[in-house]
Write a protein that binds this ligand. Structure first.
Ligand code: ZN
Length: 492
């Protein structure tokens, strides 16, 4: 715990020495998913990034209270506080109660996270379970003169706030630029300024998710939930707030404004943001046909994939880039990651078998120190992994009779490699091994052939592939998000 860790703080735009507010305790809050669809790479990256932070700090002896929320209400279709609630929309399309949608996709999210070996957070609060706290915050913001009510909805008054604070300090945006660059208000908009954001929205008659409040029957604004829940579980000021870079503005900027107004101080000491993911150089999007869910990666059932990729391959691939770098997914890059992971895990197995020698011809302690130093330097997992590959080279040299390690150094090497691979990077041996991945590859191939047949309107071949797979006990299911497959009624 005495190690000096540097964290890049988005707020100060510089690396800062990590000094917890109340050691050995560390408060960590990360914005979780809005549960209206299957998780994709955009969910995997922040989950794995902050799992790494959680694991490393815990490994060093810190007592981390990790809060990652579930957004189950209030996230509208666009950031301008307009459009339908994302979960309500899905519920309407599927003719379900919104909480059925939430339960279904929360369960699937948890399954994906377990597959990726992402640890459960200490607390996983839901926005809909904290309506009282959110209403209380709206009340406080109104009392402070930083909000206004229009027709039962309440908005945050950014201009009023900006007189005493700097709205935009996290994202680097300047209010005057925002003013100049935003379109003029449309007539029906209730906001005084386009950059004001909703704290409470009055529910339209068709809107199912609604709660009573002093202003109207309605629902909280999306930004409010994180302010309310982080405060509830971590207090007025906590150590680390994380999330994807796409949340920097307006979501996190709004969180700061809300919390500053109510508690009179900045809520967070270190803001951390992971960078974005692209697919073969393109932004990921449903309309671009490159929207690949984690389940599709795991079973290979997407036309853009040449094969299935295991959860550990995805995890290793994400960890092979620093969290602040952009990350581009391609079949080639994933195959390279798969090979690298195999090499690392094979080295671990060889290490178990090595016998000590009378002298050490390698500097294991020096390498271990470099590995820790990489993690101390803003959680630089790619450098740490590079040092682990150096260790694999040493292991293979000793196996080949080119060098040796004393019993003490061999023990040190085993402890270091195990704690990094298993505890810190969270990599594990995948059960089923090559046989089940071969199975995934073959089914994935057939699913892609079927999709290609469908695309050229060869429905006979498409149906034949489905029927023949059915005969051997593999059931294909066409869903809105793609094709899923199961063996005799069992989820893969
Ligand atoms: Zn959030």
């Amino acid at each position: 715990m005495q190690r000096e860790i540097q964290i890049y703080n988005t707020l100060s735009r510089t690396k800062e020495r990590f000094e917890p507010l109340n050691p050995p305790f560390v408060g960590l809050y990360v914005c979780g998913p809005t549960v209206y669809g299957d998780a994709h790479l955009g969910h995997a990256r922040p989950a794995i990034t902050f799992d790494l932070v959680f694991r490393y700090l815990s490994h060093l002896g810190y007592k981390v209270r990790y809060v990652r929320n579930i957004t189950d209400v209030g996230h509208l279709e666009n950031d301008a506080d307009e459009g339908e609630d994302k979960i309500a929309r899905k519920a309407r399309l599927e003719q379900l109660e919104p909480m059925e949608v939430v339960q279904y996709f929360t369960d699937r999210y948890h399954l994906n996270m377990a597959q990726l070996n992402v640890k459960s957070p200490s607390i996983e609060p839901r926005a809909s379970g904290h309506i009282i706290e959110q209403i209380e915050m709206v009340r406080e913001i109104l009392k402070a003169g930083m909000g206004y009510e229009v027709n039962g909805s309440v908005y945050f008054d950014v201009e009023a706030y900006n007189r005493g604070h700097r709205y935009g300090k996290l994202s680097g945006r300047v209010l005057d630029d925002l003013l100049a660059n935003t379109r003029a208000l449309e007539g029906q908009d209730e906001k005084r300024n386009p950059f004001d954001f909703a704290l409470w929205k009055k529910a339209q008659p068709e809107h199912i998710m609604r709660w009573p409040s002093p202003w109207s029957e309605g629902f909280p604004g999306w930004h409010l939930e994180c302010s309310a829940m982080s405060n509830r579980y971590l207090g007025d000021l906590f150590d680390i707030h994380g999330g994807g870079m796409d949340l920097l503005f307006p979501h996190h900027e709004a969180e700061i404004a809300q919390s500053c107004t109510v508690h009179g101080k900045d809520p967070v000491k270190y803001w951390m943001h992971n960078n974005m993911i692209t697919i073969e150089g393109q932004k990921m999007g449903k309309s671009l046909g490159n929207f690949i869910t984690l389940n599709e990666f795991f079973n290979g059932a997407h036309v853009r994939l040449e094969k299935a990729f295991s959860p550990m391959t995805i995890r290793f691939f994400i960890l092979q880039a620093h969290y602040r770098s952009t990350l581009d997914f391609s079949n080639e890059a994933l195959m390279a990651a798969e090979k690298g992971l195999e090499r690392l895990m094979a080295g671990r197995k060889v290490l178990e078998q090595l016998k000590p020698g009378s002298e050490s011809t390698f500097d294991v302690a020096g390498l271990q120190a470099k590995c820790y130093a990489a993690m101390d330097d803003d959680f630089n997992s790619p450098i740490a992994i590079a040092h682990l590959f150096d260790a694999v080279r040493i292991i293979n040299s000793i196996k080949d009779g080119k060098g040796s390690l004393t019993a003490t150094d061999l023990h040190g090497l085993r402890e270091w490699v195990e704690s990094f691979v298993v505890d810190i990077l969270g990599l594990k041996e995948e059960v089923g091994g090559s046989e089940s991945s071969l199975m995934s590859d073959v089914v994935g191939l057939l699913i892609r052939l079927r999709a290609e047949a469908k695309a050229r309107k060869d429905f006979q071949t498409a149906d034949e592939i489905r029927d023949e797979l059915g005969k051997v006990g593999i059931v294909l299911k066409d869903t809105r998000d793609g094709v899923e497959w199961q063996i005799s009624g069992k989820d893969i």
